[in-house]
Write a protein of this length. Sequence first.
Length: 351
Amino acid sequence: MASRSPGRSAGKTGNARHWSGFARSFIAAVTVLGLAVIAFVALLDPYGLRAAPGHPPGPIMDANQRLSYPQIARGGSFDAAIFGTSTARLLDPEALDAAFGVRFANLAVNAATPDEQIRLAELFLARHPVRAVLFGLDGTWCAADPPARTANAFPDWLYAEGAPWGVLRQVNLRAVTVAARVGLAWIGLARPRIRRDGYAVFTPPEDRYDPERARAHIRAGAADPAAASDPEDAPMPALARLDDLLSRVPARAVKLLVFTPVHAAAQGAPGTARGRREAACKRRVAAIGARRGATVVDFRIASPLTTRDAHYWDALHYRLPVAARIVADLKDAVAAGADDPAGTYRVLAHP
């Protein structure tokens, strides 16, 4: 039998050593790169894990509110907040600050479910000396079986106390991209996507308003009078959770429960199943307001504000001048505790 060639054996040993060394170098490089990425994201802190009342968040560069708003709820010097959906998002915190003498953050999230709003409110209440809260209410609060989540992924870990393992959980391609934008914002090369108090104008510029297009959107979003609706006396579990949450708000705080003004075409017409359900919901909210010392203001009525197409982009979203008017109306409603003489709103409860 022929003996194995010493040269061939030595060559195989050399190749094995070469690949072993390459593997070790590759693993080391990947490890160093991974640690560098973790350190980079942690340093720029794109989702405000370090945010606290004495340590406000940095520039907000991710337009996804579910990811960006926990840092506002944790940080800054706010003592008041707005919770709701896009129908409350145009309320400018600075205008509300002037109206009520507090410092608001707008934490209204597009298409937020009641559960998502409550989670965000609980986070805010746990971190701030609250002097005012404003809930913008829509039909989802009246549902017998409200959805827990929308189609948008909800980052539960960001809302948990201490955001456990947050430094590692936030490391992904999106966070790295957002962290890079945060760095650019710090040196003045990029603009924040959302103001540090949560405010952002999500509607088109006012000079692009097209009345005919708006009218078409309003008609497309009109309530279907034949649509199924929960029975008038069916449970409204989200309101029970709202009641519990308000019990934890300081007694002297201003509490505002506001049925935001959608176009009359999107409201449940009186006498229909949907209209009766909405009326029952308003009665229950009024009872909660009376029990918790809240002012309940109802803009969701047929009025000069909600019947005029020119006030709306579509059936749900009003224009910027309307948002300024709502703030002024809320100040009057809290001060007077009475319905608007012009019929724009009704006060359903007042301390």
